[in-house]
Write a protein that binds this ligand. Sequence first.
Ligand code: B12
Ligand code: SF4
Length: 483
Amino acid sequence: MTDTPPAAVRHAPRAKVVLYNPRAVFFTMPLALLAIGSELDPDLYEVVIIDGRLESDPEGAVRAQLPGALCFGVTVLTGAPISDALRMSRLAKRVRPELPVVWGGWHPSMFARECLLEPCVDVTVRGQGEETFTEIVQRLAAGRTLEGCLGCTVRLADGSILENPPRPLAPVEKFRAHDYGLIPVERYFELKGKRQLDYISSQGCNFRCAFCSDPFVYGRKWVGLEPTRMALRLKELWERYRFDDVNFQDETFFTRAARIQAFAQRVVDSGLRITWAATMRADQGVRLPEEVWALCKQSGLRRLLVGVESGSDDMLKRIRKDIRIEQVFQTVAKMLHHRIAGHFPFIVGFPDENDASIRATLDCARRLRALSPDFLTPIYYFKPYPGSELVREAVARGFHLPETLEAWSEFDYVAGLPGPWVSARQFTLVERFKFFQELGWKRAPRAARMLQRLARYRCARDQYRWPVEMLLRRWLVPAEQLS
Ligand code: B12
Ligand code: SF4
């Protein structure tokens, strides 16, 4: 938290802090920038958030805000957003060479030193950013160095890199409430095409999945907001923005069942009539008492994202997901009973994954998709996201991770390309399965029913030869340009 400033400082003009969210797919609100921006004392700092996704001329928007800024902060995910982050940071340095450029978020958290090899980046922040960024800004405002500032890595005046010790994870409850006034909430509603608020109620995760960066970045720790205040904050936000739906962006929203029970009860008691969506692990669904399921539904729970990852119990063990397929279907039974929609993402193409394992995944996706028109089963290819256990193994066995930021910006599995562990034959099978499953089950006009029946038949029998439907679609609908 910020120190109370001396009275003389309070009357000084506010220092401007400019924050940038790189262009990306989807219009999720920039919660990371909201989190670090809201933590700065508004009496002392003017926070300007520029979201590259909202600007027709992001360069112009950044350029216009640079004069008088104290620093330029950028949130950076691995993959395509890196190229935009680089473009804007280089622009900032060109316009104001002395302006400190601070990168935070998932990529710099894993590659704090490597990011600093890029001359336009001066400081990187690892993990939770509220306290670290506040201290960085305070020190910059006071003309002090960042030596000893926990949680950040910094290039010193002599060009050497200093990695300060990590900062312990702080309870999120101690931070200021996120100030949604810092972003044009209505613009996001418009771009999403629905009045849906993004909200984050916790950070980190206690689990240990070997394909995920979270255990590396948050050290398997988890901190969450207290449920009564959370419901109260949402009610206040609703008074202001009148949203219909809340999309919780937490890694594992259901980490503490008692917290969710209390939250759902408060929402019901407050008369707030909204729907909400969140993440849940299959094992958490099994453990959740029936009355909490019912309460969640009553408070508006409409959709759960349950990461299944693989249809093979052996593979689930190998990737340390710590769930079993049986648990997935037990949780699914609850969802069907309470009429809750589901997203069940899968990953194929883990190092050395064999045909049987991939087929088990396709089969599991097929079974889930057939259970409800409200169940989606996206299938991604494994990408060795840095920081995870599987990547350490792959690197030890000779896999080369990208070495420059430019190369990292090409490393993007939104584009749907497989890693080196997927053979051409497996790729064809998975792509055809995805196509026919989508065609077979999506909501479509009556005229498409015959085509849908045929697609379901193909999925049920694993018959994807002569995929004329695919060719026709490719011809009629050109591939989407992603990120
Ligand atoms: C919303 C979201 C997105 C949005 C991004 C919206 C945006 N702002 O542009 C969209 C939908 C575009 C997206 C896409 C993807 N995402 Co995503 N996404 C998330 C999600 C669910 C929430 C992010 C968030 O807002 N968190 C809340 C804030 C408060 O937390 P935070 O981001 O960690 O920020 C804190 C610190 O990191 C730090 N910090 C962050 N930025 C900055 C900046 C500065 C200057 C400082 C000082 C500090 C700082 O301080 C913050 C407060 O403590 C996270 C999971 C999660 N719960 O974090 C995954 C996550 C970030 N995504 C992930 C992945 C894998 C993806 C995809 C590949 C998924 C996919 N299959 O499509 C794509 C790839 C992105 C790309 N290359 O284009 C991974 C990590 C990837 C990585 N290494 O970068 C995560 C962690 C999920 C996971 N466990 O696998 N994602
Ligand atoms: S995949 Fe989900 S449950 Fe597993 S470690 Fe990552 S955030 Fe936690």
